[in-house]
Design a protein around this ligand. Structure first.
Ligand code: CP3
Length: 343
């Protein structure tokens, strides 16, 4: 490995010792950046992701501008489903909207199986380009089956996920078929990203915190166990994220995953190495980035002090950066965490 390559993020993911706490931000490539907004005036979301050169540039911007310790591929969790023939569009200020939400297991059978080389050559080319250019690790990613299913069934963003849960409780065979299908897609997609050069992969299960621990254990855990076990065959480190899912930690710690990413609702006291053997990522409330700096600094110091006693810690937010956040705040925060934790 080149001495210029900063692998601190990967070492923290593996619970190894590091010279300072690594930092990256969920949604670090996005609308808070003037440079990103300018590109979005010319190209739609999917146009950016279909052009490897522009997509690599957008992925790299936060590394150059903020000095973060990892890059995350610029794509969406719906990208592989669109590539399988799903009619999905990204609606401004809404999110992914599906033209024909699925209602039965056979609706999904209309989508062809994912073949990354054929269906997503632009994603793999973006990763290959970034692998040449980046001096920090690249995080590839995918949506988790439950979170993808929520968009497929609800037809777009949802508050309560009640249609998704009704499907899960009522059509248990179709639900299992849906989970199996999305799990195989996720394994195929992430394995292709890893072969193309991603050194880490994060699975976003953003909305699974809407389930009770009992339902997670029954309807979701076997699928996540299967996905992470399959990814164990690769060299990449694995991360698992959800929002508002601290109550699922007793299930999460059983998964063969390297890093668990938690949000601000989970108190750091419950995240010691004894309680959670995996590395931890998180968990500042992204709204604190809109608070006065002294308050943000106080909260960040406290979090870093609490995490100081455990090995395997990656600084991040509990969810994505809001568009209203100033780029200077993210830059100052990155520098602060690096400096405060330097040994
Ligand atoms: O935020 C999360 O919970 C992470 C998982 C997730 C992504 N996309 C990953 C992502 C989820 C839940 C989505 C769905 C989605 N897609 C939403 C949320 C809608 C909802 O239900 O609340 C939205 C708004 C989109 C569309 C989208 N995705 C846009 C407009 C962008 C560009 C950047 C921005 O935020 O303006 C994305 C990029 C995106 N989605 C990334 C990731 C990991 C890019 C990389 C990065 O994080 O920097």
């Amino acid at each position: 490995m080149s001495p210029l390559f900063n692998d601190i993020f990967l070492r923290a993911c593996r619970n190894e010792s590091v010279p300072h706490t690594p930092v990256w931000f969920m949604r670090q490539a996005g609308r808070y950046q003037a440079e990103y907004r300018a590109i979005r005036e010319k190209y739609s979301f999917f146009e950016i992701s279909h052009h490897p050169e522009i997509c690599a540039q957008v992925t790299k911007m936060p590394v150059d501008n903020l000095g973060v310790d990892a890059a995350i591929l610029f794509a969406d969790i719906m990208t592989p489903l669109k590539a399988r023939g799903l009619d999905v569009s990204i609606v401004e200020n809404v999110g992914p909207v599906i033209k024909h939400p699925i209602r039965t297991g056979s609706d999904l059978a209309q989508l062809h199986q994912l073949e990354p080389n054929r269906d997503l050559p632009f994603v793999l080319e973006t990763i290959e380009t970034l692998h040449q250019q980046l001096t920090v690790p690249l995080i590839g990613f995918a949506g988790a089956p439950f979170t993808l299913a929520s968009y497929l069934i609800e037809g777009g963003p949802s508050k309560n996920y009640h249609l998704t849960k009704a499907f899960m409780y009522t059509h248990s065979e179709d639900w299992q078929a849906l989970m199996n299908d999305l799990a195989e897609m996720t394994i195929t997609y992430l394995s292709a990203q890893i072969r193309a050069g991603a050194q880490a992969v994060q699975i976003f299960d953003s909305w699974v915190g809407s389930l009770s621990c009992e339902d997670y254990s029954r309807y979701i855990a076997p699928t996540m166990q299967h996905i992470f076990q399959a990814l164990r065959e690769t060299d990449a480190v694995t991360l698992y994220f959800s929002a508002g899912a601290g109550h699922l930690l007793p299930e999460w710690v059983k998964l063969p995953v390297d890093v668990l990413s938690v949000d601000w609702r989970t108190a750091p006291e419950g995240l010691t190495n004894a309680k959670v053997p995996q590395a931890i990522q998180g968990n500042i409330d992204p709204a604190l980035l809109l608070a006065p700096w002294p308050l943000l600094q106080e909260r960040v110091e406290r979090l870093l002090d609490q995490m100081n006693g455990r090995s395997g810690y990656i600084f991040n937010l509990g969810h994505g950066v809001f568009p209203e956040v100033k780029q200077e705040t993210l830059l100052r925060l990155t520098e602060f965490v690096h400096h405060y934790t330097s040994k």
